[in-house]
Design a protein around this ligand. Structure first.
Ligand code: FAD
Length: 412
Protein backbone atom coordinates (compact mmCIF):
# COMPACT_ATOMS: atom_id res chain seq x y z
CA UNK A 1 0.00 0.00 0.00
CA UNK A 2 1.64 3.32 -1.00
CA UNK A 3 2.66 5.51 1.91
CA UNK A 4 0.41 8.46 2.58
CA UNK A 5 -2.83 6.87 1.37
CA UNK A 6 -4.03 6.85 4.93
CA UNK A 7 -3.40 9.73 7.24
CA UNK A 8 -3.89 9.11 10.91
CA UNK A 9 -5.20 11.98 12.95
CA UNK A 10 -4.42 13.22 16.44
CA UNK A 11 -6.74 11.59 19.00
CA UNK A 12 -8.49 14.83 19.85
CA UNK A 13 -9.72 15.11 16.27
CA UNK A 14 -11.67 11.88 16.49
CA UNK A 15 -15.12 12.45 17.97
CA UNK A 16 -17.49 10.07 16.21
CA UNK A 17 -16.14 6.54 15.98
CA UNK A 18 -18.27 3.90 14.28
CA UNK A 19 -17.73 0.14 14.35
CA UNK A 20 -19.60 -2.08 11.88
CA UNK A 21 -19.78 -5.72 12.98
CA UNK A 22 -20.60 -7.12 16.42
CA UNK A 23 -18.39 -10.19 16.65
CA UNK A 24 -15.34 -10.53 18.86
CA UNK A 25 -13.33 -8.18 16.62
CA UNK A 26 -15.99 -5.46 16.84
CA UNK A 27 -16.21 -5.74 20.62
CA UNK A 28 -12.41 -5.78 21.01
CA UNK A 29 -12.21 -2.69 18.80
CA UNK A 30 -14.62 -0.84 21.09
CA UNK A 31 -12.67 -1.91 24.18
CA UNK A 32 -9.37 -0.94 22.55
CA UNK A 33 -10.59 2.53 21.58
CA UNK A 34 -11.73 3.19 25.15
CA UNK A 35 -8.55 1.60 26.48
CA UNK A 36 -6.51 4.03 24.38
CA UNK A 37 -8.36 6.91 26.05
CA UNK A 38 -10.91 7.72 23.37
CA UNK A 39 -13.82 9.52 25.05
CA UNK A 40 -15.93 10.57 22.06
CA UNK A 41 -19.12 9.02 20.67
CA UNK A 42 -18.86 5.31 19.92
CA UNK A 43 -21.50 3.41 17.97
CA UNK A 44 -21.45 -0.30 17.12
CA UNK A 45 -23.75 -1.70 14.44
CA UNK A 46 -24.36 -5.42 14.32
CA UNK A 47 -26.52 -7.42 11.94
CA UNK A 48 -27.24 -10.01 14.62
CA UNK A 49 -29.85 -9.54 17.33
CA UNK A 50 -27.51 -10.92 20.00
CA UNK A 51 -24.83 -9.08 21.91
CA UNK A 52 -21.33 -10.11 20.80
CA UNK A 53 -20.62 -13.76 21.56
CA UNK A 54 -17.84 -16.21 20.88
CA UNK A 55 -18.11 -18.62 17.93
CA UNK A 56 -15.61 -21.42 18.77
CA UNK A 57 -17.86 -22.78 21.59
CA UNK A 58 -20.77 -23.15 19.14
CA UNK A 59 -19.37 -26.35 17.62
CA UNK A 60 -17.51 -27.51 20.74
CA UNK A 61 -20.03 -26.85 23.53
CA UNK A 62 -23.40 -25.56 22.32
CA UNK A 63 -24.06 -28.38 19.81
CA UNK A 64 -23.54 -31.06 22.46
CA UNK A 65 -25.58 -29.25 25.12
CA UNK A 66 -22.66 -28.26 27.36
CA UNK A 67 -23.63 -24.58 26.97
CA UNK A 68 -26.64 -22.64 25.73
CA UNK A 69 -24.72 -19.53 24.79
CA UNK A 70 -21.26 -18.02 24.63
CA UNK A 71 -21.68 -14.31 25.39
CA UNK A 72 -18.45 -12.34 25.50
CA UNK A 73 -17.91 -10.47 28.74
CA UNK A 74 -18.30 -6.72 28.45
CA UNK A 75 -19.45 -3.89 30.70
CA UNK A 76 -21.50 -2.04 28.11
CA UNK A 77 -22.24 0.89 30.42
CA UNK A 78 -18.60 1.40 31.19
CA UNK A 79 -17.68 1.06 27.51
CA UNK A 80 -20.21 3.73 26.65
CA UNK A 81 -21.18 2.11 23.39
CA UNK A 82 -24.35 2.92 21.50
CA UNK A 83 -25.05 -0.70 20.53
CA UNK A 84 -27.42 -1.13 17.60
CA UNK A 85 -28.39 -4.77 17.22
CA UNK A 86 -30.19 -6.09 14.14
CA UNK A 87 -28.75 -3.18 12.18
CA UNK A 88 -27.26 -4.18 8.82
CA UNK A 89 -24.86 -1.86 7.01
CA UNK A 90 -25.81 -1.77 3.35
CA UNK A 91 -23.32 0.74 1.97
CA UNK A 92 -20.46 3.08 2.78
CA UNK A 93 -20.77 6.45 1.05
CA UNK A 94 -18.31 9.20 1.91
CA UNK A 95 -18.30 9.55 5.69
CA UNK A 96 -21.65 7.83 6.15
CA UNK A 97 -22.65 4.20 6.64
CA UNK A 98 -26.09 3.46 5.26
CA UNK A 99 -28.36 0.94 6.99
CA UNK A 100 -32.01 -0.01 6.78
CA UNK A 101 -32.41 1.93 10.03
CA UNK A 102 -30.94 5.14 8.68
CA UNK A 103 -27.52 6.70 8.16
CA UNK A 104 -24.64 6.78 10.61
CA UNK A 105 -21.97 9.43 10.14
CA UNK A 106 -18.43 8.98 11.41
CA UNK A 107 -15.02 10.52 11.45
CA UNK A 108 -13.34 7.18 12.18
CA UNK A 109 -14.67 3.81 10.97
CA UNK A 110 -13.69 0.27 12.00
CA UNK A 111 -14.88 -2.43 9.61
CA UNK A 112 -15.43 -5.71 11.52
CA UNK A 113 -18.07 -7.54 9.50
CA UNK A 114 -16.36 -10.93 9.63
CA UNK A 115 -17.27 -13.76 7.33
CA UNK A 116 -20.23 -15.92 6.35
CA UNK A 117 -20.43 -19.54 5.20
CA UNK A 118 -20.06 -20.27 1.51
CA UNK A 119 -23.47 -21.54 0.40
CA UNK A 120 -23.94 -24.41 -2.01
CA UNK A 121 -25.96 -23.34 -5.05
CA UNK A 122 -28.53 -26.11 -4.73
CA UNK A 123 -29.47 -25.92 -1.06
CA UNK A 124 -32.96 -24.50 -1.61
CA UNK A 125 -34.35 -27.86 -2.71
CA UNK A 126 -34.14 -29.22 0.84
CA UNK A 127 -35.18 -27.65 4.12
CA UNK A 128 -32.87 -30.02 5.99
CA UNK A 129 -29.71 -28.24 4.85
CA UNK A 130 -27.94 -26.33 7.62
CA UNK A 131 -24.89 -24.09 8.04
CA UNK A 132 -23.08 -23.26 11.29
CA UNK A 133 -21.93 -19.70 11.88
CA UNK A 134 -24.23 -18.15 14.47
CA UNK A 135 -25.68 -19.01 17.86
CA UNK A 136 -29.08 -19.23 16.15
CA UNK A 137 -27.65 -21.80 13.70
CA UNK A 138 -26.24 -23.84 16.60
CA UNK A 139 -29.41 -23.76 18.69
CA UNK A 140 -31.52 -24.67 15.64
CA UNK A 141 -29.27 -27.61 14.73
CA UNK A 142 -28.84 -29.01 18.24
CA UNK A 143 -32.30 -30.63 18.67
CA UNK A 144 -31.76 -32.59 15.43
CA UNK A 145 -28.62 -34.27 16.74
CA UNK A 146 -30.23 -37.23 18.47
CA UNK A 147 -29.24 -40.91 18.50
CA UNK A 148 -29.76 -42.75 15.22
CA UNK A 149 -30.38 -39.66 13.10
CA UNK A 150 -28.54 -39.78 9.76
CA UNK A 151 -26.34 -36.69 9.55
CA UNK A 152 -24.46 -35.96 6.34
CA UNK A 153 -21.77 -33.31 6.57
CA UNK A 154 -20.54 -31.70 3.38
CA UNK A 155 -16.87 -30.76 3.75
CA UNK A 156 -14.10 -32.25 5.90
CA UNK A 157 -12.60 -28.88 6.83
CA UNK A 158 -12.24 -27.52 10.37
CA UNK A 159 -15.96 -26.87 10.86
CA UNK A 160 -17.03 -30.13 9.20
CA UNK A 161 -14.72 -32.11 11.48
CA UNK A 162 -15.99 -30.33 14.61
CA UNK A 163 -19.65 -30.82 13.67
CA UNK A 164 -18.92 -34.50 12.91
CA UNK A 165 -17.31 -34.80 16.35
CA UNK A 166 -20.36 -33.29 18.04
CA UNK A 167 -22.90 -35.30 16.01
CA UNK A 168 -21.04 -38.58 16.64
CA UNK A 169 -20.89 -37.76 20.37
CA UNK A 170 -24.68 -37.29 20.33
CA UNK A 171 -25.14 -40.79 18.88
CA UNK A 172 -25.94 -39.77 15.29
CA UNK A 173 -24.99 -41.86 12.29
CA UNK A 174 -22.51 -39.50 10.64
CA UNK A 175 -21.13 -39.44 7.11
CA UNK A 176 -18.76 -36.74 5.87
CA UNK A 177 -18.52 -36.11 2.12
CA UNK A 178 -15.35 -34.35 1.01
CA UNK A 179 -14.58 -33.26 -2.56
CA UNK A 180 -10.79 -33.37 -2.09
CA UNK A 181 -8.58 -36.38 -1.49
CA UNK A 182 -7.96 -35.60 2.21
CA UNK A 183 -9.48 -33.58 5.08
CA UNK A 184 -8.49 -29.89 5.37
CA UNK A 185 -6.79 -30.25 2.00
CA UNK A 186 -6.79 -26.53 1.25
CA UNK A 187 -4.94 -25.70 4.49
CA UNK A 188 -2.52 -28.60 5.00
CA UNK A 189 -0.29 -30.74 2.77
CA UNK A 190 -1.24 -34.42 2.25
CA UNK A 191 1.75 -35.56 4.36
CA UNK A 192 -0.25 -34.23 7.31
CA UNK A 193 -3.90 -34.36 6.28
CA UNK A 194 -3.63 -38.02 5.27
CA UNK A 195 -2.98 -38.82 8.91
CA UNK A 196 -6.30 -37.24 9.86
CA UNK A 197 -8.31 -39.71 7.77
CA UNK A 198 -8.26 -42.45 10.41
CA UNK A 199 -9.55 -40.04 13.08
CA UNK A 200 -12.98 -40.18 11.45
CA UNK A 201 -13.22 -43.98 11.43
CA UNK A 202 -11.92 -44.17 15.01
CA UNK A 203 -14.85 -41.94 16.06
CA UNK A 204 -17.34 -44.06 14.12
CA UNK A 205 -17.73 -41.45 11.38
CA UNK A 206 -17.74 -42.50 7.74
CA UNK A 207 -15.49 -40.26 5.63
CA UNK A 208 -15.96 -40.36 1.85
CA UNK A 209 -13.12 -38.60 0.02
CA UNK A 210 -13.25 -37.39 -3.60
CA UNK A 211 -17.01 -37.20 -3.23
CA UNK A 212 -18.20 -33.79 -4.41
CA UNK A 213 -21.86 -33.12 -3.66
CA UNK A 214 -23.90 -32.07 -6.69
CA UNK A 215 -27.39 -31.68 -5.25
CA UNK A 216 -29.98 -32.48 -2.61
CA UNK A 217 -33.40 -33.93 -3.33
CA UNK A 218 -36.06 -36.05 -1.61
CA UNK A 219 -34.00 -36.37 1.56
CA UNK A 220 -30.94 -37.58 -0.32
CA UNK A 221 -27.55 -36.01 -0.92
CA UNK A 222 -26.39 -36.60 -4.46
CA UNK A 223 -22.72 -37.21 -5.12
CA UNK A 224 -20.89 -36.63 -8.43
CA UNK A 225 -20.30 -40.34 -9.02
CA UNK A 226 -24.06 -40.87 -9.25
CA UNK A 227 -24.53 -42.13 -5.70
CA UNK A 228 -27.21 -40.73 -3.37
CA UNK A 229 -27.03 -40.79 0.41
CA UNK A 230 -30.16 -40.66 2.57
CA UNK A 231 -29.93 -37.89 5.17
CA UNK A 232 -32.18 -36.59 7.94
CA UNK A 233 -29.90 -33.59 8.45
CA UNK A 234 -27.31 -32.09 6.12
CA UNK A 235 -24.72 -29.67 7.47
CA UNK A 236 -22.61 -27.80 4.94
CA UNK A 237 -19.14 -26.63 5.96
CA UNK A 238 -17.29 -25.74 2.79
CA UNK A 239 -15.55 -22.57 3.93
CA UNK A 240 -16.39 -18.95 4.53
CA UNK A 241 -16.16 -15.76 2.55
CA UNK A 242 -15.64 -12.25 3.92
CA UNK A 243 -18.80 -10.20 4.54
CA UNK A 244 -17.73 -7.17 2.56
CA UNK A 245 -20.36 -6.80 -0.18
CA UNK A 246 -21.63 -3.67 1.57
CA UNK A 247 -18.28 -1.96 0.86
CA UNK A 248 -18.68 -2.27 -2.88
CA UNK A 249 -18.11 1.10 -4.58
CA UNK A 250 -16.93 2.69 -1.31
CA UNK A 251 -13.30 3.16 -2.27
CA UNK A 252 -12.20 0.56 0.29
CA UNK A 253 -9.97 -1.82 -1.63
CA UNK A 254 -10.94 -5.50 -1.58
CA UNK A 255 -8.78 -8.32 -2.91
CA UNK A 256 -9.97 -10.87 -5.45
CA UNK A 257 -11.54 -13.00 -2.69
CA UNK A 258 -13.36 -10.03 -1.16
CA UNK A 259 -11.07 -9.50 1.84
CA UNK A 260 -10.46 -5.90 2.90
CA UNK A 261 -6.86 -5.09 2.02
CA UNK A 262 -5.11 -3.65 5.08
CA UNK A 263 -1.52 -2.69 5.80
CA UNK A 264 0.43 -3.57 8.93
CA UNK A 265 -1.45 -0.85 10.86
CA UNK A 266 -4.84 -2.31 9.77
CA UNK A 267 -5.34 0.74 7.52
CA UNK A 268 -7.61 0.28 4.53
CA UNK A 269 -7.13 2.20 1.29
CA UNK A 270 -9.50 4.91 2.59
CA UNK A 271 -8.37 7.55 5.06
CA UNK A 272 -10.09 7.24 8.42
CA UNK A 273 -11.18 3.65 7.78
CA UNK A 274 -9.45 0.68 9.43
CA UNK A 275 -10.53 -2.98 9.38
CA UNK A 276 -10.11 -5.96 11.71
CA UNK A 277 -10.77 -9.68 12.07
CA UNK A 278 -12.06 -12.26 9.61
CA UNK A 279 -12.92 -9.76 6.87
CA UNK A 280 -9.31 -8.61 6.44
CA UNK A 281 -6.22 -9.76 4.57
CA UNK A 282 -3.24 -8.20 6.34
CA UNK A 283 0.32 -7.55 5.31
CA UNK A 284 2.73 -9.80 7.21
CA UNK A 285 6.30 -8.53 7.12
CA UNK A 286 7.42 -11.75 8.83
CA UNK A 287 6.06 -13.98 6.08
CA UNK A 288 6.44 -11.40 3.30
CA UNK A 289 2.92 -11.95 2.07
CA UNK A 290 -0.66 -10.97 2.63
CA UNK A 291 -2.40 -13.35 5.05
CA UNK A 292 -6.19 -13.70 5.16
CA UNK A 293 -8.11 -13.52 8.43
CA UNK A 294 -10.36 -16.41 9.41
CA UNK A 295 -9.14 -17.33 12.85
CA UNK A 296 -10.11 -16.26 16.32
CA UNK A 297 -6.63 -15.12 17.42
CA UNK A 298 -6.44 -12.58 14.59
CA UNK A 299 -9.94 -11.32 15.41
CA UNK A 300 -8.85 -10.90 19.03
CA UNK A 301 -5.51 -9.19 18.41
CA UNK A 302 -5.92 -7.03 15.32
CA UNK A 303 -8.37 -4.51 16.90
CA UNK A 304 -5.73 -3.10 19.30
CA UNK A 305 -3.57 -2.04 16.37
CA UNK A 306 -6.55 -0.72 14.41
CA UNK A 307 -7.74 1.38 17.35
CA UNK A 308 -4.26 2.80 17.93
CA UNK A 309 -3.99 3.65 14.23
CA UNK A 310 -7.34 5.41 14.23
CA UNK A 311 -6.17 7.48 17.18
CA UNK A 312 -3.01 8.63 15.44
CA UNK A 313 -0.64 5.89 16.62
CA UNK A 314 1.86 4.03 14.51
CA UNK A 315 1.71 0.42 15.75
CA UNK A 316 2.71 -2.49 13.57
CA UNK A 317 0.65 -5.66 13.53
CA UNK A 318 2.81 -8.66 12.76
CA UNK A 319 1.86 -11.58 15.02
CA UNK A 320 2.78 -15.20 14.52
CA UNK A 321 -0.62 -16.53 13.37
CA UNK A 322 -2.32 -19.06 15.65
CA UNK A 323 -5.27 -21.38 15.23
CA UNK A 324 -6.74 -24.36 17.08
CA UNK A 325 -9.43 -26.95 16.48
CA UNK A 326 -10.88 -29.60 18.79
CA UNK A 327 -11.83 -32.68 16.80
CA UNK A 328 -12.38 -36.37 17.54
CA UNK A 329 -10.94 -36.02 21.05
CA UNK A 330 -7.79 -34.30 19.80
CA UNK A 331 -6.60 -30.73 20.16
CA UNK A 332 -5.01 -29.56 16.93
CA UNK A 333 -2.99 -26.35 17.17
CA UNK A 334 -1.19 -24.51 14.42
CA UNK A 335 1.21 -21.62 14.81
CA UNK A 336 3.01 -19.68 12.06
CA UNK A 337 2.53 -19.99 8.34
CA UNK A 338 3.90 -22.71 6.05
CA UNK A 339 4.84 -22.59 2.37
CA UNK A 340 5.31 -25.33 -0.19
CA UNK A 341 9.05 -24.60 -0.32
CA UNK A 342 9.51 -25.36 3.40
CA UNK A 343 10.95 -28.64 4.65
CA UNK A 344 8.63 -30.73 6.82
CA UNK A 345 10.02 -32.41 9.94
CA UNK A 346 7.90 -34.62 12.22
CA UNK A 347 8.33 -34.81 15.97
CA UNK A 348 6.81 -38.15 16.89
CA UNK A 349 4.74 -40.61 14.91
CA UNK A 350 1.89 -38.86 13.04
CA UNK A 351 -0.20 -42.01 13.17
CA UNK A 352 -0.09 -41.84 16.98
CA UNK A 353 -2.09 -39.70 19.42
CA UNK A 354 0.59 -37.03 20.16
CA UNK A 355 2.90 -35.53 17.54
CA UNK A 356 3.99 -32.30 15.91
CA UNK A 357 4.97 -31.27 12.41
CA UNK A 358 7.47 -28.46 11.87
CA UNK A 359 8.05 -26.44 8.71
CA UNK A 360 11.62 -25.18 8.30
CA UNK A 361 13.04 -22.74 5.80
CA UNK A 362 16.79 -22.14 5.63
CA UNK A 363 17.29 -23.45 9.17
CA UNK A 364 14.53 -21.29 10.63
CA UNK A 365 11.24 -22.55 12.01
CA UNK A 366 8.34 -21.10 10.02
CA UNK A 367 5.33 -22.99 11.35
CA UNK A 368 4.28 -25.86 13.59
CA UNK A 369 1.17 -28.00 13.83
CA UNK A 370 0.71 -30.12 16.89
CA UNK A 371 -1.75 -32.75 17.94
CA UNK A 372 -1.98 -32.93 21.70
CA UNK A 373 1.29 -31.23 22.62
CA UNK A 374 0.55 -27.64 23.65
CA UNK A 375 4.05 -27.06 24.99
CA UNK A 376 5.38 -27.23 21.43
CA UNK A 377 3.10 -24.35 20.43
CA UNK A 378 4.41 -21.85 22.94
CA UNK A 379 8.02 -22.82 22.29
CA UNK A 380 7.55 -22.73 18.52
CA UNK A 381 5.93 -19.31 18.70
CA UNK A 382 8.91 -18.02 20.66
CA UNK A 383 11.38 -19.57 18.19
CA UNK A 384 9.54 -18.06 15.22
CA UNK A 385 9.28 -14.64 16.88
CA UNK A 386 12.99 -14.63 17.73
CA UNK A 387 13.92 -16.17 14.35
CA UNK A 388 16.22 -18.71 16.00
CA UNK A 389 18.33 -21.08 13.91
CA UNK A 390 17.08 -24.64 14.49
CA UNK A 391 18.80 -28.01 14.22
CA UNK A 392 16.43 -30.23 12.17
CA UNK A 393 17.85 -33.43 13.66
CA UNK A 394 17.27 -32.27 17.23
CA UNK A 395 13.85 -30.91 16.24
CA UNK A 396 12.85 -34.36 14.99
CA UNK A 397 13.73 -35.85 18.37
CA UNK A 398 10.63 -35.40 20.50
CA UNK A 399 12.59 -36.07 23.68
CA UNK A 400 14.36 -32.73 23.05
CA UNK A 401 12.28 -29.58 23.58
CA UNK A 402 11.85 -27.18 20.70
CA UNK A 403 13.69 -24.55 22.70
CA UNK A 404 16.64 -26.91 23.09
CA UNK A 405 16.58 -27.64 19.36
CA UNK A 406 17.24 -23.95 18.69
CA UNK A 407 20.94 -23.31 18.20
CA UNK A 408 21.22 -19.57 18.53
CA UNK A 409 19.46 -18.40 21.65
CA UNK A 410 21.70 -15.55 22.64
CA UNK A 411 18.64 -13.31 22.93
CA UNK A 412 16.49 -15.94 24.70
P1 FAD B 1 -17.52 -12.52 13.04
O1 FAD B 1 -17.44 -13.39 14.22
O2 FAD B 1 -17.99 -13.12 11.75
O3 FAD B 1 -18.43 -11.28 13.41
C1 FAD B 1 -18.85 -10.34 12.44
C2 FAD B 1 -20.17 -9.76 12.87
O4 FAD B 1 -20.51 -8.73 11.95
C3 FAD B 1 -21.30 -10.76 12.83
O5 FAD B 1 -22.07 -10.66 13.99
C4 FAD B 1 -22.09 -10.36 11.61
O6 FAD B 1 -23.46 -10.66 11.71
C5 FAD B 1 -21.88 -8.86 11.59
N1 FAD B 1 -22.08 -8.29 10.26
C6 FAD B 1 -21.76 -8.84 9.07
N2 FAD B 1 -22.13 -8.03 8.05
C7 FAD B 1 -22.69 -6.95 8.64
C8 FAD B 1 -23.25 -5.76 8.13
N3 FAD B 1 -23.31 -5.53 6.81
N4 FAD B 1 -23.74 -4.85 9.01
C9 FAD B 1 -23.67 -5.08 10.35
N5 FAD B 1 -23.14 -6.19 10.88
C10 FAD B 1 -22.66 -7.11 10.03
N6 FAD B 1 -11.33 -20.04 15.08
C11 FAD B 1 -10.26 -20.59 15.72
O7 FAD B 1 -9.16 -20.03 15.64
N7 FAD B 1 -10.38 -21.76 16.43
C12 FAD B 1 -11.56 -22.42 16.52
O8 FAD B 1 -11.64 -23.47 17.16
C13 FAD B 1 -12.70 -21.87 15.88
N8 FAD B 1 -13.89 -22.48 15.97
C14 FAD B 1 -14.97 -21.96 15.32
C15 FAD B 1 -16.20 -22.62 15.39
C16 FAD B 1 -17.30 -22.11 14.71
C17 FAD B 1 -18.61 -22.85 14.78
C18 FAD B 1 -17.18 -20.94 13.95
C19 FAD B 1 -18.38 -20.39 13.21
C20 FAD B 1 -15.98 -20.25 13.88
C21 FAD B 1 -14.86 -20.75 14.57
N9 FAD B 1 -13.63 -20.11 14.52
C22 FAD B 1 -12.54 -20.65 15.15
C23 FAD B 1 -13.46 -18.85 13.76
C24 FAD B 1 -13.61 -17.64 14.69
O9 FAD B 1 -14.78 -17.78 15.42
C25 FAD B 1 -13.62 -16.37 13.84
O10 FAD B 1 -12.32 -16.20 13.33
C26 FAD B 1 -14.05 -15.13 14.63
O11 FAD B 1 -15.36 -15.27 15.12
C27 FAD B 1 -13.99 -13.89 13.73
O12 FAD B 1 -14.46 -12.80 14.44
P2 FAD B 1 -14.92 -11.45 13.69
O13 FAD B 1 -15.45 -10.56 14.76
O14 FAD B 1 -13.85 -10.99 12.80
O15 FAD B 1 -16.11 -11.90 12.71
Amino acid sequence: MPAGRFESRPPEQLSRALIVGGGIAGLEAAAALRGEGYRGALTLLSAERHRPYDRPPLSKEVLVGDADGSDLEADWNELGVDLRLGCIATALRGAVVETEQGEFGFDGLIVATGAAPVRLPFEESSGAVRYLRTIDDALALRPSLVPGVRVVIVGAGWIGAEVATAAAAMGCKVTVLEAAGAPVADALPPEISNHMVSWYADAGVELCLESPVVGFSDGRVQVADGGALPADVVVVGVGVRPETGWLSGSGVELDDRGFVVVDSGMRTSRPGVVAVGDCTAWESARYERRLPGGHWDHALRSPATAAATLLGGDETYDPVPYFWSDQFGRKVQYVGHWSKEDTLVFRGDPSGPVWSACWICEDHLRALLTVGRSRDVSQARKAILADYVVDPTRLADESISITDACLDRSNA
